[in-house]
Design a protein around this ligand. Structure first.
Ligand code: PLP
Length: 451
């Protein structure tokens, strides 16, 4: 049997991030929440360092990765690419299945790829502390890790339901020196307003973002950081797909299909955009599949419209696939996929017809996750099981059609902190909630009107 693991030397860590904005027509402008006019860099300056703002609006195809960032990437990058031979054999498929394992980072997911870059630019511009939010805790722990390396204070607003349910993620953030506050909290005006209306509010990402933005905007020594959705985050994650391109060259193969799970869209963009770029430049065709939970179906059931990124409407308006900023998804275990919107860049290329969006319920995803654990040995994060489900379904289609296609998916993280979710799955406790068209219409009725 051929070697199943494709490793690259450290010298093959990419030297530039790939910016897909160079290869598509311009995306719709970002609007100021007060004036509804396009925003400029000065509007974002209270929240982000200038280098990050420049990346947010850049249309350069390649943006150099600072040596200091590459030095830290070296600790776990290049990440391994595997050929899933045992999974292929178990399925009896002629398809070739490859996966990129982003779970080998210190925080256990792809998120440090951008956390390190954002912490670096903040430090360079004299910022003392970074305020952020976290759902299941993956982003908060990645930024806490980055803050520890750069000597930055990290303050994390953690969605209340996860704060209670995921004590180990909280412990990890605190071990790296992050400070964690349960959201909604009484430390912000918007948190106090929400608690006054509903003292038992279990929180949401949209609320936690509002709290973090409010605090960061008022503190001259602080900035805000977001772990997904924004253009610069998509950009930083493209190290994943660029490495995969080289590794597939080693394997003498090229994907017919590239798959990623999609919450805010960053790990999906990270694996898919370098391949999509080749397609857009007429070099090589490929099918791209984005997978989301059926209970938070922004790409498959949401509307492509201007919306706010947060509940209190402090953020700019971006055009994206959205379920409405007041939408609070069911408490599924794939916490990282519970966001009401989708990255504007992912929405843009989907709207241009370059992405096939797909939604799955959590039970078939956990089933795929267990199959993966029992064949490949790695326990996947609940978010990643969505990509695995799609990869398995495509491999089974190949089997029915007798076609030996090549499938690549991103394993966005490991599931070592999510063992209770697997126990609930085995105990039959997971509910498959279908988000109905009536509910979608209701949540969307509150969209801001933009002429
Ligand atoms: C945060 C997270 C996701 C979802 O975020 P994206 O920005 O859509 O990638 C997916 N998988 C894991 C493991 C995560 O931590």
């Amino acid at each position: 049997m051929d070697n199943v693991k494709y490793l690259l030397p450290e010298t093959d860590i990419p030297t530039a991030w790939y910016n897909i904005a160079a290869d598509v027509p311009p995306a719709p402008a970002v609007l100021h929440p007060g004036t509804m006019k396009p925003i400029g860099p000065a509007d974002l300056a209270p929240l982000f360092p200038m280098a990050v703002i420049e990346q947010e609006v850049s249309t350069d195809r390649w943006i150099p990765i600072p040596e200091e960032v590459r030095d830290i990437y070296r600790q776990w990058r290049p990440t391994p690419l595997y050929r899933a031979r045992r999974l292929e054999q178990f399925l009896g498929t002629p398809a070739h299945i490859y996966y990129k394992n982003e779970g080998v980072s210190p925080a256990g997911s792809h998120k440090p790829n951008t956390a390190i870059a954002q912490a670096y630019y903040n430090k360079r511009e004299g910022v003392k502390r970074i305020i952020t939010e976290t759902g299941a805790g993956q982003w908060g722990s990645s930024l806490s890790f980055a803050g520890a390396l750069f000597g930055l204070e990290i303050l994390v607003y953690m969605v209340k339901v996860s704060y209670g349910q995921k004590p180990y993620r909280r412990g990890l953030m605190e071990t790296w020196g992050g400070r964690v506050i349960s959201s909604p909290s009484d430390t912000t005006a918007c948190g106090r307003a929400i608690l006054a209306r509903d003292p038992n509010c279990s929180g949401s990402l949209g609320i936690a973002i509002s709290e973090a933005v409010e605090v960061a905007a008022q503190d001259p020594d602080a900035k805000y950081a977001l772990g997904s959705v924004l253009n610069h985050v998509m950009l930083h994650q493209t190290v994943i797909g660029q490495e995969a391109l080289k590794q597939l060259e080693l394997a003498n193969d090229y994907p017919d299909i590239v798959i990623g799970c999609s919450g805010g869209g960053s790990n999906f963009a990270g694996i898919a955009f370098p391949f999509l770029g080749k397609k857009l430049r007429g070099e090589r065709d490929v099918r791209i599949i984005a997978v989301e939970p059926a209970s938070c179906p922004s790409l498959t059931k949401g509307k492509y419209a201007y919306d706010f990124g947060d509940t209190a409407h402090l953020t700019p308006l971006v055009k994206m696939h959205t379920l409405g900023s007041t939408f609070v998804p069911e408490g599924i275990h794939a916490g990282g996929l519970r966001y009401h919107g989708m990255a504007p860049l992912v929405s843009h290329v989907t709207n241009l017809g370059h992405v096939e969006p797909r939604a799955y319920h959590q039970n078939p995803c956990f089933e795929a996750g267990v199959t993966f654990a029992r064949t490949e040995g790695i326990l996947p994060a609940p978010e990643s099981t969505h990509a695995i489900r799609a990869a398995i379904d495509e491999a089974l289609r190949c089997k029915r059609e007798g076609r030996a296609q090549t499938i690549l998916f991103n394993l966005s993280g490991h599931g070592h902190f999510d063992v209770p979710a697997y126990q609930d799955y085995r105990a039959g406790k997971l509910i498959d909630h279908e988000y109905s068209h009536e509910e979608v219409a209701m949540a969307l009725s509150g969209l801001p009107s933009v002429s």
